[in-house]
Design a protein around this ligand. Structure first.
Ligand SMILES: Nc1ncnc2c1ncn2[C@@H]1O[C@H](COP(=O)(O)OP(=O)(O)OP(=O)(O)O)[C@@H](O)[C@H]1O
Length: 248
């Protein structure tokens, strides 16, 4: 059984103060408030957030830039600790928000895939067959054996999308659904995504796209300034969120 239980969690980021004037910094239209301390700046990305997810839950996160979605995903993936509150995560998490990160321009598609296998916890005995599958899915052919710096932007994204094959885990956490630019990759990627979601016990997905969220999740949380403003059926929360956006 998988479970995420967050009780009144708050997360702040602290930055060393550098040549900032005293007093509060100018407030923009996005992001959490920046509190200016004597030596540090504090950004409270999550404030008193409570959330309970169990097997079968498919939760979407929506909110404007800097509202705290990625921070909440990182908290649920165990990649960040809360300064206040309690976080319990039961089940194997597949942090998905960094599929393309860590890839090295100087390494070949094959070498990058091998590195990713190690990072994603693919068992040693399965690595060779996973690499073959990624190669096949990517359709990169000979380019799979060349350094990534020789790839076009589309080739790079083919490799990244094919790495979806490596994702495992009971708790699937995704920051933005992978959008496919090349229609020839469409079926492959949506097939992989569907498989992943079906296999996962819990899905958490942050997205700015209403369509993506309506397709993949059944519950939605709207975050603003690090607080959950509403949580419930996707259509209801979107109605509220869109209304708020219009009147902003
Ligand atoms: N590593 C960090 N160091 C300092 N502040 C950070 C860091 N990561 C995020 N923040 C701040 O925390 C707040 C929430 O950011 P977060 O990335 O969680 O928002 P988001 O809702 O995912 O935004 P977006 O839709 O733009 O991706 C923002 O004010 C952001 O500036």
């Amino acid at each position: 059984m998988a479970r995420i239980d967050i009780q009144e969690a708050s997360v702040s980021y602290f930055l060393r103060k550098q040549r900032h004037p005293d007093g509060s910094l100018e407030r923009g239209s996005v992001g959490a408030q920046i509190i200016v301390g004597r030596r540090y700046l504090e950004i409270t990305a999550l404030k008193n957030v409570s959330l309970l997810l169990k097997d079968g839950d498919r939760l979407g996160l929506v909110g404007i830039n800097g509202s705290g979605k990625s921070t909440l995903l990182k908290l649920c993936a165990g990649a960040l600790a809360a300064q206040e509150g309690k976080v319990t995560i039961e089940g194997r998490v597949s942090p998905q928000f960094a599929l393309g990160s860590g890839l090295q321009q100087t390494l070949t598609g094959r070498q990058n895939t091998e590195l990713k296998c190690l990072y994603m916890g693919v068992p040693q005995s399965a690595i060779a067959s996973y690499i073959d599958e990624v190669k096949e899915l990517s359709g990169l052919g000979g380019y799979f054996e060349l350094p990534m710096r020789s790839y076009s932007a589309g080739m790079r994204s083919r490799l990244v999308m094919s790495l979806l094959r490596l994702v495992r885990g009971e708790i699937l956490i995704m920051d933005e659904w992978i959008n496919v630019a090349d229609p020839s990759m469409n079926t492959t990627v949506s097939g992989l995504q569907k498989q992943l979601v079906e296999r996962a016990k819990i899905l958490m997905l942050a997205s700015h796209s209403q369509r993506v969220l309506e397709d993949w999740v059944d519950k939605l949380a709207w975050l603003d300034q690090g607080e959950i403003q509403a949580i419930g059926p996707v259509k209801d929360v979107f109605r509220e969120y869109n209304m708020w956006m219009k009147n902003r």
